[in-house]
Design a binder for this molecule. Structure first.
Ligand SMILES: O=C(O)C(=O)C[C@]1(C(=O)O)C=C[C@@H](O)C=C1
Length: 432
């Protein structure tokens, strides 16, 4: 992976040594906001093998989601005038409005990019605009997500974003070609925000990458552990090092910040001698910090799973192990979950992950029983990953059956599994 070029450095006064690309942020977000709508279509009996078949199948499975959109309540909300910012360079890229990447309607409002005509190059793994794939990630250079982007797409141009949601929007609005975002960690568990965003946005999972995460305790040169009164980092990193921090005997408060490398950057920028960051060795190098303790994650096999997101799905295949991710909801009582899972079990399809999130549009179901009163059941969105390709008949049949039990079903993606050999030591990824 290549660093973002110095011409992207919009913060020349920064005392941070490396070129510091400006992150995509919320202001930018307003300018690039858009909402998609897909029309209602029927579920097919099977999924064909051509790209067109597969794309239309994805659209079909996705079609019910809009009315259930967790974020917008199913309503399209065009950006108001106050949402617009003047055309500006964002992280070295002009905003979509300036570049006219998003077509404008007669009132000068951005049209959903779904209406933009696609060319064949848009659908291929190669970038449409030049040689380097632009990959959005959350954080600043030195973040684990940046390393994951480089692992997923070697030689890419990694584009830092200040929020997960901004990374989604960067891809939707053609500022980036792909996004790489964490979804779960072996110690800290699921990154729920990204599950919610997967549902709210219309990107497709086109791959996964697992990154061993090796944390260091970083401070300004000359600072000793005894001087510390505070440790700052991403909440996931704090939770992944919880026990080790206690064992180190530090008398510190723990504070959450946006990302691990951002914590290191903050300490350097503000010359904080009482504060340490949990971040990567690469962050120490980038921001001129020393490593006070190395490998402070509570388990040496600490690993984070990231998903690769794109505007278009990839064609599922059967010549290598594939995984498929779906999300569904049901409105017919708790036994439905059992039936859904059976659809996979009967076909010998292994589930690798199940996650539930509150059903924001319908959080509670009331069940009245004259004898005992009213029970209040929580309603959920269920996310399931299973080990099969959508090109396999058994997976297509399983989903056809699942659809019978569910009120909503969407395929988030069918993509190659990360089969790289497992190596928990830090030697696995020299960039950390
Ligand atoms: O803060 C970072 O460096 C990130 O890339 C984010 C993140 C996360 O969200 O889980 C990624 C990997 C690690 O698990 C810790 C933090």
């Amino acid at each position: 992976m290549q660093a973002v070029s110095p011409s992207h450095n919009l913060n020349a006064s920064s005392i941070i040594r490396p070129s510091k690309p400006r992150r995509l942020n919320h202001l930018t977000r307003f300018a690039i906001r858009c909402v998609y709508r897909s029309d209602s279509v029927q579920f097919p009996n099977g999924v064909g093998s051509s790209r067109a078949d597969w794309q239309s199948s994805c659209a079909i499975l996705s079609s019910k989601v809009f009315s259930q959109d967790q974020g917008s309540g199913g309503k399209s909300t065009p950006p108001s005038n106050s949402d617009h910012i003047p055309a500006a360079a964002v992280n070295g890229h002009k905003t979509s409005l300036d570049l006219d990447l998003v077509p404008l309607d007669k009132n000068n409002k951005p049209q959903p990019p779904a209406q933009k005509p696609l060319s064949i190059t848009d659908l291929s793994p190669a970038p449409m605009h030049g040689s380097q794939l632009r990959v959005a990630y959350q954080g600043v250079p030195g973040a684990y997500s940046e390393a994951a982007a480089g692992k997923a797409f070697p030689n890419c141009e990694a584009i830092p974003c200040d929020q997960f949601e901004v990374a989604f929007q960067a891809v939707e609005l053609w500022i980036a070609d792909r996004a790489v975002l964490p979804v779960e960690n072996s110690l800290g568990g699921s990154i729920h925000r990204n599950y919610d965003l997967l549902l709210r946005h219309r990107l497709h999972i086109v791959g996964e990458v697992q990154l061993p995460v090796h944390h260091c305790l970083l401070a300004l040169p000359g600072v000793r552990k005894e001087y510390l009164s505070r440790v700052i980092s991403h909440p996931q990193a704090l939770s992944q090092c919880e026990h080790t921090l206690t064992k180190l005997g530090l008398n510190v408060t723990r504070e959450a910040v946006d990302d691990t490398a951002g914590a290191a950057e903050y300490i350097a920028a503000n010359n904080l001698r009482d504060t340490a960051a949990i971040a990567s060795a690469r962050a120490a190098e980038l921001y001129g910090l020393q490593i006070l303790a190395d490998g402070i994650q509570d388990d040496s096999s600490n690993v984070t799973r990231f998903v690769m997101l794109a505007r278009e799905p990839i064609i599922p295949r059967t010549d290598r192990p594939f995984k498929t991710s779906i999300v569904f909801a049901h409105d017919k009582g708790t036994s439905v979950l059992f039936k859904v899972l059976s659809a996979f079990a009967f076909r010998n399809i292994s589930l690798t992950k199940i996650e539930s999130r509150p059903h924001r549009n319908m959080p509670i179901r009331l069940v009245d029983d004259a004898n005992v009163g009213t029970a209040k059941h929580f309603e959920y969105m269920f996310y399931v990953d299973f080990e099969a390709s959508m090109a396999e008949l058994r997976a297509q049949n399983a989903l056809a059956e699942v659809q019978e039990f569910t009120s909503f079903l969407r395929v988030l993606g069918s993509y190659p599994m990360d089969m790289t050999p497992w190596c928990p030591s830090r030697g696995d990824d020299q960039s950390l």
